[in-house]
Structures are given as C-alpha cells and as structure tokens.
Design a protein around this ligand. Structure first.
Ligand code: IMP
Length: 216
C-alpha cells in the first residue's frame, strides 16, 4: 500500500494524505501557481524560506537530478514532504541547450547573468539556422521524505519556435523569443493567465496531480 493512501479520501478525488508540503523555491509566482492547483489535492504548500531552508546547489546536468537534489535538501532540513521544480529552454538545433543552464547561459560563455544576454547568445547561435524548434521543459519532483525511494516525478513540455527578433513585453526569460504557432503569439505576448494555464509548468502540475490521484 502506498504511503499516500488516505482512508478519508473519497473515490476519484485528487486528494492525498500529504498535508503540509515544503516548496523548494521562494519564487512568489511559482508559489501562487503551484498552491492554487495543489490546494485542490488538500496540499498546503509552504515556501522553504519560511522554514529557514537555504537554497540548494544545482550541480547536475539534467533537470530531474537538480529537482531531486532540491526536494531532498528541503525534506531533509524540514522533516516534511517536499516539492521542487526545475525548468528551462531546450532548443533542438542546439542539442537541447540552454537546458539546465538557461538562467546563466551567457554567463557560462563569459557574459553577464541577464535575460538580455541569454537571449542574445541564443539568437546568435541560431543565426542562419532554419530548424527553429524548441520547447520549454519543466520537471516536478515530490518526495515524501529525504530518503524516499520512489519520488513522484512529472514532466511538462511546451512546444514552440525560436524567433530572431523579440515580440511582446510580458513574461520573463526567453519569452519574447519563444513563439507559439497555435496561439500566433510569442509567450511574452500572451496574457499571463493564458500563459499560466498552458505553460510547461501547468502541464507538469496537471501531470503531478494525476500521479497523486493514481498513487493515493
Ligand atoms: P527556474 O527553473 O525557475 O530556475 O528557471 C530556469 C530558467 O529557465 C529561467 O531563469 C529562464 O531563463 C528559463 N525559463 C524557465 N521557465 C521559463 C518561462 O516560462 N519563460 C521564460 N524562461 C523560462
């Protein structure tokens, strides 16, 4: 029987026995976005900063390893179940780069740590490239305790194409250069509510909720 089994749960409800879960991030936007959906599963998310948990290292070359490291770190220091995410942009013609280095892509090449410098590096690397396919990737990892042998893992991919000139003023990161053909807009041209409902994070969260229901 799973640790998540909950006798009080009514059949078919995406509920779990986890109760309080520490979020291995202090990003207010993520907390809002994640808390709204997980509330439906009876989970109360607490940002790790509120429990004095310092940020974990993210030394790995895959998103899932970094998310797992962050979740374990938060679970170990709090004794609570922990949820962590890791995300980034993967460009097909760049063999998945910027990938786990999305936040510091230009810095790795001697530039500054800024969205503008990161975007400039990707635009330059894609100059003359006809394959513009890319996706945002998000992985969510939930551990019930620091030594959980069976973390819940959910992934989301949001497919688009890279532009060579920016469009729109919303969002952050690579959004002005990330075009969604189905919506005929860049991610930075979308209403934030539309982005939050369709993004890689939203896809991964829905997947996590489904997994929670499955194992509960
Ligand atoms: P993190 O997982 O929140 O640390 O995100 C890592 C990096 O991936 C960010 O600093 C951005 O460069 C990029 N990224 C992740 N999600 C998005 C998004 O929704 N829009 C734009 N950039 C993103």
């Amino acid at each position: 029987m799973s640790d998540l089994h909950n006798d009080r749960m009514s059949p078919g409800q995406p509920s779990s026995s986890l109760g309080k879960v520490v979020l291995a991030s202090n990003n207010a936007g993520k907390l809002r976005e994640f808390a709204a959906l997980l509330d439906a599963a009876g989970i109360e998310l607490i940002p790790q900063g509120a429990l004095n948990v310092p940020e974990a290292e993210e030394p790995h070359v895959t998103f899932v390893e970094n998310a797992l490291a962050k979740a374990r770190h938060a679970a170990k220091l709090t004794g609570l179940p922990a949820l962590a995410d890791d995300s980034g942009l993967c460009v097909r013609a760049l063999r998945g780069a910027p990938g786990v280095y999305s936040a510091r892509y230009a810095q790795r090449a001697g530039g500054e740590k800024s969205d503008a410098a990161n975007n400039a590096r990707v635009v330059e690397q894609l100059s003359g490239e006809t394959d513009r396919r890319a996706y945002y990737f998000c992985v969510l990892v939930l551990v019930r305790h620091a030594d959980d042998p069976e973390p819940l893992i959910a992934e989301g991919r949001w497919h688009g194409e890279m532009l060579d000139a920016p469009r729109g003023a919303n969002g952050f990161g690579y959004d002005p250069y990330f075009f969604l053909p189905a919506l005929n807009a860049s991610a930075a041209e979308l209403d934030p509510a539309v982005k939050n409902a369709s993004s890689h994070r939203a896809i991964a969260l829905r997947e996590l909720l489904a997994r929670l229901t499955e194992v509960a």
